[in-house]
Design a protein around this ligand. Structure first.
Ligand SMILES: [Mn+2]
Length: 304
């Protein structure tokens, strides 16, 4: 079991995607009893409330190629600072979204904290999509399709420069798992930057056990540990129907748990974030309940 107290931060961010409702993700997770379930594991837990996020109705998206960039960056700055405070206090940051644009703030907080100690971090990005767009390549202008690129140093300065260093994570320590929907320009960027990717094809061929062994090795090489940024749309829509952009052919419930069990067993997990839970599109909070179970596995829950 994880030996640190968990500090949860909710980020009701709904500015980074086109389909609305992910701002209710933190509520869905709280209603699914996350705190009580974590405490049952014997792990201390503190809900630190939500990061402030603007409402799209009262804001101007401005740049059509990076909609709501200014507001997303402001919320990411607050999230970065609060993740940093949790780490300073020796806590384990658990960030609940919100759309995936929040990862820019979470990863910046982790990166900055460890950089100040002369350490690097690794990053495992679990997702149906590559999230490797930039304002130049995006088909939609939605920033939730850009955060991995930003963490790796590509994209608008307001996101790329959030940490103390650019990139926040060395591409050689980053790895993408579960992918099955990639835009043409993203494909080019992934190759250009040399990002390691395990698509659903590799998961089918090698098995999730082998894929996670390799992913953890990449993210752990020369680092103080790794952050797991988990987009619920990486799992199959039959497991997690309540997500903004479902794509069929994702990991099963058991494979998704094995992802979490492997990161727990590695002892290298330094932060976790669960994103894109959309109660509006969900079936009776099923997705948030699945997310809670997955979080418990990541914190070290086992069958025996
Ligand atoms: Mn994503």
């Amino acid at each position: 079991m994880i030996d640190k107290k968990v500090a949860m931060l909710g980020v009701p961010m709904d500015l980074g995607g086109g389909r609305r409702g992910v701002d209710m993700g933190p509520s869905g997770i709280r209603i699914a009893n996350l705190e009580a379930r974590v405490r049952e594991l014997g792990v201390e837990f503190e809900d630190r409330g939500n990061v402030a996020v603007g409402q799209p109705e009262s804001l101007d998206p401005e740049d059509p190629r990076a909609r709501f960039l200014k507001e997303i960056a402001v919320s990411c700055e607050e999230l970065r600072d609060r993740v940093g405070v949790a780490l300073e206090e020796g806590l384990f940051p658990l960030v609940i979204g919100g759309d995936h644009s929040i990862a820019c703030g979470t990863v910046a907080g982790m990166s900055r904290h460890h950089h100040a100690r002369g350490e690097k971090i690794g990053l495992i990005w679990f997702d149906a999509h590559a999230d490797m767009n930039t304002p130049e390549t995006t088909p939609s202008g939605n920033i939730h399709g850009m955060p991995l690129a930003a963490c790796l140093g590509l994209g608008p300065g307001a996101l790329v420069d959030l940490a103390a260093t650019v990139p926040m994570v060395a591409p050689s320590n980053a790895v993408l798992v579960g992918v099955r929907s990639v835009d043409e320009e993203e494909r080019r960027l992934v190759k250009e930057i040399g990002l390691k990717v395990f698509t659903m094809r590799e998961i089918d061929m090698l098995g999730i056990h082998e894929v996670m062994k390799r992913a953890i090795a990449i993210a752990s090489e020369g680092t103080a540990g790794f952050h797991l940024s988990f987009d619920l749309d990486g799992t199959d829509p039959s497991v997690a129907p309540g997500v903004g952009t479902p794509v069929s052919g994702g990991t099963t419930l058991r494979e998704s748990h094995l992802v979490m069990e492997h990161v727990a067993a590695s002892g290298k997990l330094i932060g976790l974030e669960m994103t894109e839970i959309n109660p509006i599109l969900d079936d009776g909070n099923q997705t948030a309940r699945a997310a809670v179970e997955l979080i418990l596995s990541a914190l070290g829950q086992t069958v025996l």
